[in-house]
Design a protein around this ligand. Structure first.
Ligand code: NAD
Length: 460
């Protein structure tokens, strides 16, 4: 075992045991330091995101810097309230007594991060772990190396270096880290690696949160008003190609629509793609690129399947040199093709037609539980049916992706899309142990709780 990881863990454990990360002052100072880090290094962060993923600075602000700013500001405002013991009602039989739920930090936590939102998916969970008073190891993704390096260079300069550490590296480093005993592992990534994380954690009975992925379906009901339709289709385009060009865990994977409605949808999507992103692949400056050659080939291969290629109704071209894939619409690709069985995580949008929109429920239920379901409809009974009869990490009506920035709602998956939740107060809870505290008085003693047993005590 490489001793570096063990040394890091040892130092963080010493800091945790010193008790200093428990004070509200320490927590607030770290949260303020995150805001300062963002303010003073924004240009550097934008540049790293440009180099790793080709993200435009506006997109980088919206999806990364802005998201973290909002979370840190919210945590600064709320952390004292979150830390306050919660009074709990006590059964009469225990009187006189009072009860409370007291949140205590778990200890030393390990955060694994995916590459698609390398800044926000590192700092956002870290805000929860800091608010809860833990010490932390952050392991950014090796697939976004510039962002990993910006984090590794800035975090020790702004945050408490004896309490929060960045460990860079690939699979070998991750595997070393996983051999150690942590008090919590928070993982953002694929279900495949999620399984490895969970089994490594089991060895030490370490609790885990798994923020995984999957195929997020969108149900588009027939909308009769042209305004509603325009807004819905714009939001579908934004939810597919907007965040990191389809490389987003809650990005739309495919759309379910009634057969007669598909041509209208395709026509409107084409117009919006041209307006948002333009037509020439070389000038698609408003789209992130595919992260690396491996993922470019993976997405390209989904498209190369001849039966899938035959279903392309818009787009389909690729620029291998710059690792860009055009926003692409497919109509009814085979349901047993990889594009419909694996998470696409790229700019391909299959449209699947149904005879009746209510069939979408069965379609979704015959597949693993998604991280998000989106449904565009004004029909309240359809909304209720989707709500009652499907299961997903989140369900959003008439918009896409936007639930991510709603800190009052928990963010997380269910079934194959993950385990646990975070954001806002949920982040604080995820990194806390809720300790049950009961204060009893020595005044009144109930003798019937003690032997010797007799029938009178049974009746009592
Ligand atoms: P990944 O599972 O390949 O990697 C995630 C992290 O695990 C990285 O830090 C990586 O270094 C580490 N890792 C990789 N192999 C490992 C191993 N063998 N042992 C231990 N650690 C290992 O995922 P990815 O490609 O970075 O991200 C894409 C996936 O993440 C998609 O499935 C996507 O849906 C999901 N995702 C989920 C969320 C969410 O919030 N639910 C957010 C973003 C991405």
């Amino acid at each position: 075992m490489n001793g570096v990881e063990e040394d890091v863990l040892g130092e963080l454990r010493t800091t945790f045991r010193s008790g200093r990360t428990r004070s509200v002052a320490w927590r607030k100072a770290q949260l303020q330091a995150i805001l300062k880090l963002l303010d003073e290094n924004e240009e550097e962060i934008f540049e790293a995101l440009k180099q790793d993923l080709g993200k435009h600075p506006v997109e980088s602000y919206r999806d990364e810097v802005g998201v973290v700013r909002k979370s840190a500001t919210n945590a600064l405002r709320c952390v004292e309230k979150w830390m306050a013991p919660q009074k709990a009602p006590i059964p009469l039989v225990l009187f006189p007594a009072r009860g409370a739920v007291v949140s205590e930090p778990l200890g030393v936590v390990l955060l694994f991060v995916s590459w698609n939102f390398p800044i926000s998916l590192t700092l956002d969970p870290a805000i929860g772990a800091i608010s809860a008073g833990n010490t932390i190891v952050l392991k950014p993704s090796e697939l976004a190396p510039k962002c990993s390096s910006v984090l590794a260079n800035t975090i020790p300069r702004y945050l408490d270096p004896e309490a929060i550490k960045v460990v860079e590296g690939g699979q070998d480093v991750s595997e070393q880290l996983l051999q150690l005993k942590w008090d919590k592992i928070f993982f953002t990534g694929s279900p495949r690696v999620g399984r490895l994380i969970m089994s490594a954690a089991a060895k030490h009975l370490t609790p885990v949160t798994l923020e995984l992925g999957g195929k997020c379906p969108t149900i588009l009901d027939t909308l009769s008003s042209s305004y509603d339709l325009q807004v819905a289709v714009k939001r579908i385009a934004g939810g597919k190609w907007g965040p990191c060009n389809g490389q987003a865990c809650i990005g739309i994977d495919y759309v379910l629509v009634e057969t007669q409605f598909a041509p209208v949808l395709i026509e409107l999507l084409e117009k919006i793609i041209k307006t948002f992103y333009g037509e020439n692949l070389k000038t698609l400056g408003n789209l992130a690129r595919i992260v690396n050659k491996h993922h470019f080939d993976r997405v390209h291969n989904l498209l190369k399947d001849p039966k899938v290629a035959a279903s392309v109704v818009y787009g389909g071209s690729v620029d291998e040199e710059n690792m860009v894939i055009e926003p692409t619409i497919l109509l009814n690709p085979p349901l047993d093709a990889d594009i419909m069985t694996e998470e696409i995580f790229g700019p391909l949008l299959p449209i699947i037609t149904l005879n009746n929109i209510e069939e979408s429920i069965q379609f979704i239920n015959s597949r693993p539980k998604p991280l998000a379901i989106y449904a565009f409809t004004k029909n309240d009974s359809l909304k209720e049916k989707i709500l009652q009869e499907t299961s997903s990490g989140s369900l959003t009506f008439n918009d896409a992706m936007i639930q991510f920035i709603c800190d009052t709602l928990p963010f997380g998956g269910v079934g194959q899309s993950g385990y646990g939740r975070y954001h806002g107060k949920f982040s604080f809870d995820t990194f806390s142990h809720e300790k049950a505290v009961l204060h009893r008085s020595l005044l009144i003693e109930l003798e019937s709780r003690y032997p010797p047993w007799n029938n009178f005590k049974l009746e009592f």
